[in-house]
Each structure stands twice: as structure tokens, then as C-alpha cells.
Design a protein around this ligand. Structure first.
Ligand code: FAD
Ligand code: NAD
Length: 482
């Protein structure tokens, strides 16, 4: 007789663990299976996000930003620094400590909420049965009323550039370098390329990013993407657009290994020699070993698990959430889907608002947005108004010596309803939360304009951009006046 649960979740990343915790809070007997092992070979919870993604990358981004400020900006505010140095081993140790604290925290949350944690692999069989294989190879069959699949995603690889341990690495490898590589190549100038490229550039690497597309960050507002490209160039990120990587070969031995990267662009063929190469060309859904042939769950044409807006798969009472299903591969998107599914199973009626998913790129300045870009609206033929406000006219940003960037708001022309908010500047990741709340409540730009913001704060730039939609910004000469 198999063990019986109300819910079995496969995957304990942000999508799966949020689903499991919420299901247990709602009184359901819940088990969560995850096969991830840490560097020491011990089971670890939290998925990509906590172990090899959001959290370790932000720990290194914050540490390297502090170094960059001390090295290049303290002087401007009258602080002298002598003997500044980088201790990569210590930086990595701190990052690992943050990861250990947070992954252990998920274990405590599971215990505290009564989620049964099952380290090992899960495979969906027919009729909501799940085959559970422990790390020791013991196989059990679990029966569940509902199954939630949350196996996440893995880095994509490209044929011309196979990974070579410690030298040609994916994003996880790029979080483990033992020293600052003098020259670093990155294939892909997307989110990971920019974030991890920034980390090592700030610490002293010469960084070249080879991007296949001619356009930089096509998913972001193109005005902001242009400003960001210039800013990153000034910081030392050498971003080469419109390139086609043709191959990579490793030469030398031990710590002296180097990589010759062959690529083509409109000027012909080139070779770039670097000490480390990061491949950051996107991620793909991770479905290997997940489904028995008669599980009833289907894939879509891009290899994601096929689900509807409520994250229901084609198999009754089987759901899928997070990176393994359509939509942006973001931790918060997966977590909201996990919570939605748990609550719907309990009879509640929440939905995920896919129009209001915030995106953040944690460079400096940060890039953050929610909703539609101006180019989306143009393509859809929608009439809209735009308000922008530069950080350079924001008192708090100037006081902090950190005044590069802008806030841009696009609103429906007829109703003034906010359709998109785009921020390039310090703390953009925090400011975008206000825009998400405003859009969730279908606020107009005028609603934000009529709201009082504390002074002096960076958030005043959001206020002023909203006022600028109506030609009423106070600390800027408006192009249109009303
Ligand atoms: P995952 O986090 O990938 O978790 C899936 C889990 O399922 C894994 O632990 C895996 O071991 C387990 N699993 C898979 N198959 C099985 C199976 N058959 N049996 C048992 N267990 C299984 N997103 C953000 O929102 N903000 C960021 O700042 C951010 N930074 C990132 C930085 C990097 C370097 C990377 C790589 C990603 C980043 N992301 C970020 C993306 C984010 O990590 C993912 O969107 C998020 O982790 C997806 O959550 P998930 O639960 O769907 O999958
Ligand atoms: P991405 O889609 O953001 O960027 C990949 C880039 O590589 C694209 O610009 C693409 O055009 C380029 N590319 C693809 N093939 C190429 C090739 N052969 N040669 C050169 N360039 C090539 O993907 P990513 O940076 O790998 O990140 C994966 C996902 O992880 C992201 O989509 C995002 O959802 C998530 N993530 C989020 C955050 C965050 O929220 N801050 C941070 C990191 C990762």
C-alpha cells in the first residue's frame, strides 16, 4: 500500500517550496521531494534560486559593489581608502554562509509547517502516483490526491562551446571562481551575463560579452536599454552585439589554462582569448526523468510542461509551476504560481496576474520594470502618454552621489491607467514594488501624482515621472504643460 498524501510536490525551489508550505498551512498532508545535493553531497532545499541563482549572485553583486564604491567613489565624497584589497575566498565564504542560512531556513519552515521533506528523485506515474527514489536508491510509490510538479530549469548549452570544468562554465561555475580572472569572456549579454559580468568586472576582470542579437536587452524598454548599454560600457563591460560564436578551445595547463573563443560579426572572424568563459545563453525546462510515459502530462512545442492559466496540466489534479512552465523564469513568478495552486486545491479562487510580473536586472544602476514597454504599445497600436524623470534631478540620488538613470511611466492615453513602469537607477528593484502595487490596483498616473511621497527619497522620482505623464512634474521643465 503506497504512502498517501493530499499533495506531493516534486521540486523544492521557490515554486515548489512555496506550494508545499502553503498547502501544509491549509491543513493538507504534504510531502515535497527534491534531489538537489550541495557541494558536500548533502541534500539541500531552495532549488536554483537559493543554491545557485538569485541569492549567491546577489551576495557577490553586493560585495563587489561595495568594493567598487570603495575603489572608485569614496574619494568623491571625501573618504580616503588605503590598502584596499579583495579577498575572493572570504567573499565566497560569506556568500556560501548566506546560502547555508537560507537553505536551512527552508528545512525549518518545512518542519514548522509539517511538510514531509523527502530527499531524492520524484517521477510522476499514472493516476497521481509518484515514484520516489532516495539518494541511496530505495524506491517507494506514493499516492496523492494532487501532485504539483516544480522541477525548475537548467542552463542551456551550445554545441560550439562545450563546458570544461573550472574554465568554460555555466552560471553555477561562475559563482565559484577562486580568484579574479584577469580576462573573462561571457557568451550572452542577457540577465545572467550582465549580473555575473558585473561582479567580476567590478573586482578587476576585463570582461567581454558576446551577444548574438543586434539589439541589447530587447525585453526591456529600448530607451532604458540604450542608456544602460552606455553606462555598462563606461563601467568596463565590453558588450559586442551581433556576434556568432563559432567555437572555443582550451589551451595551457592548470591555473594557466586559457580559452580561445572564435566568433564572427559583420566585420569578419575574430578570436578572443580569455582566462575563464561563462556560457549564459538562457535556461531550459528540466523534465529529464520526471514523467512516466503514461503520466498524462504533455509538453508544449518548446519543451515546457503544458499548463493553462491556472497551472493545470493535461492530467487531472496534476499541476505544474515555476520555470518548467511558460512565462518568465523568475523566482517570484514561480512562488506565486505555487501558492495559487495550493490555495485553489483548498477551494480558494486566487489567480496569478501575469500582466504584473516585476523584472529586475541587478546591475548598477539596476534595471527594473513591470507591464508594457513603449515598443510593445507601438507594436499593438495603442495610444499612450509617457512621463519620464531623471535621477539627476532627484535630491536623494544626488546626496547619495548615485544619480544616474531615470524613471519612465507609460499610461493609456484615454484613461491615464498605468500600463508600464520602467526604472533604470539605484534601488530600481525596490522602487518597482510601488509600481506593481499601483498597477495591481489599476491606478492612473494621476493617482500616483496625487499621492504624497517622503522627501528626500528616490521614490520621489516615481512621483515626478507620474506627474510628468500629465505635464506637471515640479522639479523638471515639462515638455508638455497642463
Ligand atoms: P528551481 O529553483 O530550479 O528548483 C527546482 C528544484 O526541483 C531543484 O531543487 C531540483 O533539484 C528539483 N528537481 C528537479 N527535478 C526533480 C525530480 N525529478 N525529483 C526531485 N527533485 C527534482 N530569479 C529571480 O526572480 N531573481 C533573481 O535575482 C534571479 N537570479 C538568478 C541568478 C542566477 C545565476 C540564476 C541561474 C537564476 C536566477 N533567477 C532569478 C531565476 C530563479 O533562480 C528561477 O526562476 C527559480 O529558481 C525557479 O524556481 P523553480 O522552483 O521553478 O525551480
Ligand atoms: P537570457 O535569456 O536573459 O539571456 C541570454 C542571452 O544570450 C540573450 O540575450 C540571447 O540573445 C543570448 N544568446 C543566446 N544564444 C547565444 C549564442 N549562441 N551566442 C551569443 N549569445 C547568445 O538568459 P540568461 O541570462 O541565461 O538567464 C536565464 C534566465 O534566468 C533568465 O531568463 C531569467 O529569467 C533568469 N534570471 C533572472 C535574474 C533576475 O531576475 N535578476 C537573474 C539571472 C537569471
Amino acid at each position: 500500500m503506497p504512502n498517501e498524501y493530499d499533495i506531493v510536490v516534486i521540486g523544492a525551489g521557490p515554486a515548489g517550496y512555496a506550494a508545499a508550505i502553503r498547502a501544509a498551512q491549509l491543513g493538507m498532508r504534504t510531502a515535497c521531494i527534491d534531489k538537489a545535493l550541495d557541494r558536500e553531497g548533502n541534500p539541500t532545499l531552495g532549488g536554483t534560486c537559493l543554491n545557485w541563482g538569485c541569492i549567491p549572485s546577489k551576495a557577490l553583486l553586493d560585495a563587489s559593489h561595495k568594493y567598487m564604491e570603495a575603489a572608485h567613489q569614496f574619494d568623491e565624497v571625501g573618504i580616503g581608502v588605503e590598502g584596499l584589497s579583495v579577498d575572493v575566498a572570504k567573499m565566497m565564504q560569506r556568500k556560501d554562509g548566506v546560502v547555508a542560512k537560507l537553505t536551512a531556513g527552508i528545512g525549518m519552515l518545512f518542519d514548522g509547517n509539517g511538510v514531509v521533506s523527502l530527499p531524492g528523485s520524484g517521477r510522476l506515474l499514472a493516476h497521481k502516483h509518484v515514484e520516489y527514489t532516495t539518494h541511496e536508491g530505495e524506491v517507494t510509490e506514493l499516492a496523492a490526491e494532487h501532485v504539483i510538479l516544480a522541477p525548475g530549469s537548467v542552463p542551456m548549452e551550445i554545441d560550439p562551446v562545450p563546458l570544461v570544468p573550472d574554465v568554460v562554465v555555466d552560471s553555477a561555475g561562475a559563482l565559484e571562481f577562486e580568484e579574479v580572472p584577469p580576462r573573462l569572456g561571457v557568451i550572452g549579454a542577457g540577465v545572467i551575463g550582465l549580473e555575473l559580468g558585473s561582479v567580476w568586472c567590478r573586482l578587476g576582470s576585463e570582461v567581454v560579452l558576446l551577444e548574438a542579437l543586434d539589439e541589447f536587452l530587447p525585453i526591456a524598454d529600448q530607451r532604458i536599454a540604450r542608456d544602460a548599454l552606455r553606462a555598462f560600457g563606461r563601467q568596463g563591460l565590453d558588450i559586442r552585439l551581433g556576434t556568432r560564436v563559432t567555437g572555443a578551445s582550451v589551451k595551457g595547463r592548470g591555473k594557466k589554462k586559457q580559452v580561445d573563443v572564435g566568433y564572427q560579426d559583420k566585420d569578419g572572424e575574430h578570436t578572443l582569448t580569455v582566462d575563464k568563459l561563462i556560457v549564459a545563453v538562457g535556461r531550459r525546462p528540466y523534465t529529464e526523468g520526471l514523467l512516466a510515459p503514461d503520466s498524462g502530462v504533455n509538453l508544449d512545442e518548446r519543451g515546457f510542461l503544458y499548463v493553462n492559466d491556472l497551472c493545470e496540466t493535461d492530467a487531472p489534479d496534476v499541476y505544474a509551476v515555476g520555470d518548467v512552465v511558460r512565462g518568465p523564469m523568475l523566482a517570484h513568478k514561480g512562488a506565486e504560481e505555487g501558492v495559487m495552486v495550493a490555495e485553489r486545491i483548498a477551494g480558494h479562487k486566487p489567480m496569478v496576474n501575469y500582466e504584473c510580473i516585476p523584472n529586475v536586472i541587478y546591475t548598477h544602476p539596476e534595471i527594473a520594470w513591470v507591464g508594457k514597454t513603449e515598443q510593445d504599445l507601438k507594436a499593438d497600436g495603442e495610444a499612450y502618454s509617457v512621463g519620464t524623470f531623471p535621477y539627476a534631478a532627484n535630491g536623494r540620488a544626488l546626496a547619495a552621489n548615485d544619480a544616474e538613470g531615470m524613471v519612465k511611466i507609460v499610461a493609456e492615453e484615454e484613461t491615464d491607467r498605468i500600463l508600464g513602469v520602467h526604472v533604470f537607477g539605484p534601488q530600481a528593484s525596490e522602487l518597482i514594488g510601488q509600481a506593481v502595487i499601483a498597477m495591481e490596483f489599476e491606478a492612473s498616473a494621476e493617482d500616483i501624482g496625487l499621492t504624497m511621497f517622503a522627501h528626500p527619497t528616490l521614490a520621489e522620482a516615481v512621483h515626478e515621472a507620474a506627474l510628468a505623464v500629465g505635464g506637471r512634474a515640479i522639479h523638471m521643465v515639462n515638455r508638455k504643460r497642463r
